[in-house]
Design a protein around this ligand. Structure first.
Ligand code: PMP
Length: 362
């Protein structure tokens, strides 16, 4: 690592969820349930799948490097002009584009304690300084984050809802925060779980773009649209920021099946509705089940719940693995007693709750 830049030398590898096949092999067990990566338990929309399949006879060609059709479909769908959109290989990619375009060594990027792991990763990747701000009740302490902004701050990352905690902040809190941020600082508002949230005071970042030219809203096709494996996400921002992001973007960062599937997914309102309904039911089932087993949970509006195991979560995590259930330990997020479980189908949630009972009530 010594030849890598200063920031990269401090980076620890991102830990993805354990692959299903790996556990199947370890246990010699077919029936493994994975609720570790906040994927859509209903899978993709059939229309998206069909569009991806149809696109396969084009894969000897480069994709449309400008993503013309998907960008226009998104622009129509979101009610914004297409020159505000930047497409990414997952929204992780657009988060990295922001870092690469705006952060230099010595600059600071501010985010909340327990924030999504990619923010420090992309910050250190540019040898900029990650500034983690103590959070309030696992969420964002937006006042403290505004206080943490200095002359050197170039980017602030907010996630609403937050991953891994599932917490959210309301419209008033967001507006108070945005009003305090100098215009030279880019505010990334990561709305990966936007479509799941039902709270009436949950703010829509897109409605604030006109008021705050330094705002970058990111969203993804990985969650409600069930296309995590194809890797498509996007940013919506002021056209000048989109122009900058599009300059650092690799021209073919979104592939042909991904472009086709994402465009079709936007039109499949039934799948979106069903996914939302399944998630709401799953969250209730998990919350009630965890309650009944006596676990304290962090109330979540996303598609997962983090809960306190009341002691070292690693032991419970390992016990669940032996029962064929994969969840996410949050030690890497500074929450060594917490596990995060994705809302799955009713059957998978039940399987998880039974396994948890087995593991913790012996
Ligand atoms: N932001 C947040 C808060 C997330 O939880 C995730 C997915 N885990 C992402 C961004 C990135 O998702 P993707 O790259 O699949 O769009």
């Amino acid at each position: 690592t010594q030849l890598a830049n200063n920031g990269v030398q401090q980076l620890r590898p991102y830990q993805p969820g354990k692959p299903v096949e790996e556990l199947q092999r370890e246990l010699g067990l077919r029936d493994v349930v994975k609720l570790a990566s906040n994927e859509n338990p209903l899978g993709p929309s059939h229309r998206a799948l069909e569009a991806a399949r149809r696109s396969l006879d084009q894969i000897h060609l480069y994709p449309d490097g400008a993503g013309f059709e998907l960008k226009h479909a998104l622009a129509d769908n979101l009610g914004v002009s297409s020159d505000r959109i930047t497409l990414g290989n997952g929204s992780n990619d657009v988060l990295e584009l922001v870092a690469r375009a705006y952060l230099q060594p010595g600059d600071e990027a501010v985010f909340s304690e327990y924030a999504f792991a990619i923010y420090p990763l992309v910050t250190l990747g540019c040898s900029a300084k990650p500034v983690s701000v103590d959070s309030h009740l696992y969420g964002h302490d937006l006042a403290a984050m505004a206080d943490a902004i200095t002359e050197r701050t170039r980017v602030v990352f907010l996630a609403n809802p937050n991953n891994p905690t599932g917490t959210w902040f309301n419209d008033q809190a967001l507006d108070n925060f945005l009003a305090r941020v100098p215009e030279r600082v880019i505010v990334v508002l990561d709305e990966a779980y936007f479509e799941y949230v039902e709270e009436s005071h949950y703010p829509d970042g897109l409605k604030r773009l006109d008021r705050y030219p330094n705002l970058v809203v990111t969203r993804t096709f990985s969650k409600i649209h069930g296309l995590a494996g194809l890797r498509v996400g996007y940013a919506v921002s002021h056209p000048q920021i989109a122009d900058v992001l599009n300059r650092v973007r690799q021209p073919f960062n979104v592939n042909i099946p991904a472009l086709a599937a994402a465009q079709a997914a936007l039109g499949d309102l039934d799948h979106i509705e069903n996914s939302k309904g399944e998630n709401t039911a799953g969250l209730v089932q998990l919350a009630e089940g965890l309650d009944a087993l006596g676990f304290t949970q962090i109330p979540s509006v996303a598609n997962f719940i983090a809960f306190d195991c009341g002691g070292d979560a690693e032991t419970v995590y390992q016990g669940l693995l032996r029962e064929g259930v994969i969840v996410r330990p949050l030690g890497g997020y500074g929450l060594p007693n917490h596990l995060r479980v994705t809302a799955g189908t009713a059957r998978d949630n039940e399987r998880f709750l039974q396994a948890l009972k087995q593991v913790t009530c012996r």
